[in-house]
Design a protein around this ligand. Structure first.
Ligand code: 5GP
Ligand code: ZN
Length: 116
């Protein structure tokens, strides 16, 4: 848990979010500034700053998170039409919130993978 991290505050309930799914290890909620008709974020409850901060001890939670991403996508009705999963990592990846998160983007066809 980080005192300053905005996603840790969402986990604690200190700031509100539109939650989609929650269990002991992960939380899914709607992005506050959706880029697509469906835009959800799935995060581990343990504060990890980025994908690069995952360790071998986190592999069970990492696997669980990925499986829950698929579950959340089904719940949101985008599994059949498809979606894009993005994990922005550090500066060149465009990461703005330093708490590991996976974006689920769906509800329309998403454009080219990398904007130049
Ligand atoms: P990043 O650029 O770090 O991969 O993505 C961070 C995402 O978090 C952005 O899409 C942004 O809209 C979202 N976000 C930032 N602050 C909040 C917040 O307080 N609540 C919610 N629901 N989403 C947030
Ligand atoms: Zn955090």
């Amino acid at each position: 848990m980080s005192e300053t991290c905005i996603f840790c505050k969402i986990i604690k309930g200190a700031i509100p979010a539109k939650k989609i799914y929650e269990d002991e290890q992960v939380l899914a909620f709607h992005d506050i500034q959706p880029q697509t008709p469906v835009h959800a974020l799935v995060i581990p409850k343990r504060h990890l700053a980025s994908l690069d901060d995952l360790t071998v001890e986190d592999r069970v939670v990492a696997g669980h998170l990925l499986e829950r991403v698929a579950h959340v996508a089904r719940e949101l009705g985008v599994a059949e039409s498809g979606y894009r999963l993005i994990v922005n990592t550090r500066e060149h990846g465009g990461q703005e919130v330093d708490h590991l998160h996976a974006h689920i983007l769906g509800g329309r066809r998403v454009g080219p993978m990398v904007s130049r």
